[in-house]
Ligand binder design. Structure first.
Ligand code: FES
Length: 151
């Protein structure tokens, strides 16, 4: 799909709302960055397409509610990433607890997510640039591209 650039604000037109809803998941390349636009339970999300762990594509990852947060599960090694924030979640036992109980913890933001807006039935994505570096950025660059192609 050809990218229609808005004149200001770094907004990229990514599609008509009804088409994106029907597709549920749409791949787009914006400013050389590969992202997924996901429509799930009435909400649009935009997230880097390649998993921060080893560059697996998230395109066909299942979506699950984990600890009250919607997560995409990377098909490659099953890492869990929150759709709204890009947080990596993991489950572990705290040995200081007696008895230790399995709980979900956050590794912090690992996957870059982007801002989605809708205007008059058209959907736009603004790429985020803060913070400067997040793990998923690696798989958008040249070195990461080579590694993800090998994966
Ligand atoms: Fe996604 Fe390993 S590449 S979990």
């Amino acid at each position: 799909m050809e990218e229609k650039q808005q004149p200001s604000g770094g907004l990229h037109f990514v599609g008509k709302k009804d088409e994106l809803i029907k597709a549920k998941r749409s791949f787009r390349t914006l400013e050389g960055r590969d992202i997924l636009i996901i429509y799930h339970q009435g909400v649009f999300y935009a997230i880097d397409c390649y998993c921060y762990h080893a560059g697996g594509t998230l395109l066909n990852g299942d979506i699950e509610d984990i600890n009250g947060k919607l997560c995409i599960i990377c098909p490659k090694h099953k890492y869990k990433i929150t759709l709204a924030e890009g947080e990596g979640l993991y489950r572990a036992r705290n040995p200081k607890e007696n008895p230790p109980v399995l709980r979900w913890y956050s590794k912090g933001v690992k996957q870059r997510v982007h801002t989605v807006t809708e205007t008059n039935g058209e959907v736009f994505v603004k790429l985020t640039t803060i913070p400067n570096w997040i793990e998923s950025d690696y798989y958008q660059g040249e070195k990461g591209k080579v590694e993800r192609d090998k994966a």
